[in-house]
Design a binder for this molecule. Sequence first.
Ligand code: THU
Length: 130
Amino acid sequence: MEDRLLIKIAMEAREKSYSPYSKFKVGAAVYTKSGKVFTGCNIESASYSPTICAERVAFAKCISEGYRDIEKIAVVGSEVKTSFPCGVCRQFMLEFGKDIKVICARSIDSYEVYTLSQLLPHSFGPEDLN
Ligand code: THU
């Protein structure tokens, strides 16, 4: 799947965002090597800390459906300034592969692509527990 199409799917997922407190909508779309797509949006809570980011929602849906072969994820937040995944999401996603591509998009025509190792260098991951 082309990066631009995955961004478009993430933008559609962003419409589902439940973010009455921050009013900051985020959408994400995961693409697996086996060709599956899983979407996510941020979901906030009146008690704030249970809030979950769009990336972790998309990953949780993907993993819980039995797919761990994640190739890439597109993330779309602000249309004014490119948003990047928060530190918690970087760590969470790294669990499933340092080479996963993260497409950080502002729009279909404006995006930057990094691997998780680039976004989270010198990381602590599953291999460190062996
Ligand atoms: N948010 C995400 O969904 N992903 C990120 O990587 C950064 C932040 C959400 C969480 C919260 O609902 C809102 O954006 C403002 O922080």
